[in-house]
Design a protein around this ligand. Structure first.
Ligand SMILES: [Zn+2]
Length: 306
């Protein structure tokens, strides 16, 4: 099974594709690492997929032969009651939070996914993203770590998992993290017909909206594998594609120290960090985040949410 990173590197996807523009101009939510107990840096986190997924799906950094989002966690098309937004969400101001507000009607069609934050001007800002959840064990554990360090991230969630664990979506949003669309069943978009791609993306955005009351602005294709058609549909659905520039390869489970080393060694201005809170055992990832955040803070890095 190919990993997202393999596909991305093969295509020569790129760094620094983003135009320049101050973070403020780009509407990036910024918070200094550890400057407070709750409003920390923002990254984006992926939703976690339950362990034991079928062979058809693999996290972005999909482990060869590893579990996948593909396993049927619930009946296809299962419906769940629409939840009324909790008071805390209703009161949370969304204005200016580009990643959480209503999607732009028709963002420009991109030629590739953004792999770095726009316009950091060399500042030590970095975005954490977590894919493939929400996961009943790893997502709550990760949320606790991020909360303790006062950092916010972006979670690219999978529709199938949202349907099973909608309450975790509320928890993610309650902590001020951003949500991104990571398709409904985590299959490779480039191998689908347009109608199926539209369903994978549209169904997931609708599901997120039903659960938390807003649709995601950012979208990440499984394995980072985009093509012209999927990029067009992404735009039609009011979203922008997001890739990554720093791949922790945490899905390979290189060990907590290995993940910590990758992040601290490769941190670069505007980097978007790919990690997973679902799709398999993510204990190493959660522990690594707990360990590298103090290091990044000590070195002057600030986590931002795109
Ligand atoms: Zn994924």
């Amino acid at each position: 099974m190919r990993s997202d990173s393999h596909i991305v590197s093969r295509r020569g996807l790129l760094w620094g594709g983003l135009g320049v523009g101050a973070a403020a101009v780009a509407g990036i939510a910024v918070s200094t690492l550890g400057d407070d107990g709750a409003g920390g840096a923002g990254g984006t986190a992926h939703p976690a997929a339950p362990p034991g997924r079928g062979p058809g799906t693999v996290p972005h950094g999909g482990a060869p032969g590893g579990g996948a989002h593909g396993s049927r966690l619930h009946p296809r098309g299962a419906q769940y009651p629409r939840r009324a937004p909790r008071e805390s969400y209703r009161l949370r101001p969304l204005a200016g939070e580009t990643s959480m507000g209503t999607p732009t009607a028709h963002p420009p069609v991109r030629t590739h996914a953004e792999t770095t934050l726009p316009a950091t001007g060399g500042e030590r800002v970095i975005a954490l993203t977590f894919d493939d959840g929400p996961h009943p064990e790893h997502t709550p554990a990760l949320l606790e770590v991020l909360r303790r360090h006062g950092v916010q991230a972006t979670f690219f969630v999978v529709g199938e998992n949202i349907a099973v664990y909608p309450e975790l979506l509320h928890e993610i949003v309650a902590d001020g993290h951003a949500l991104g669309n990571h398709t409904y069943s985590h299959h490779q978009l480039t191998r689908m017909r347009p109608g199926a791609i539209r369903s994978e993306l549209g169904r997931t955005s609708e599901l997120i909206d039903q659960v938390v009351g807003f649709s995601p602005h950012w979208c990440r294709a499984p394995y980072g594998d985009w093509h012209g058609t999927s990029l067009e549909i992404c735009s039609e659905l009011g979203m922008e594609p997001m890739g990554w520039s720093l791949d922790t390869a945490d899905w390979r489970r290189p060990g907590t120290a290995g993940i910590v080393r990758t992040v601290t060694d490769q941190a670069a201005p505007g980097a978007i960090v790919l990690q997973h809170d679902g799709g398999g055992p993510r204990h190493q990832t959660v522990e690594a985040v707990d360990r590298y955040l103090p290091v990044l803070r000590a070195r002057g890095w600030t986590c931002v949410r795109p």
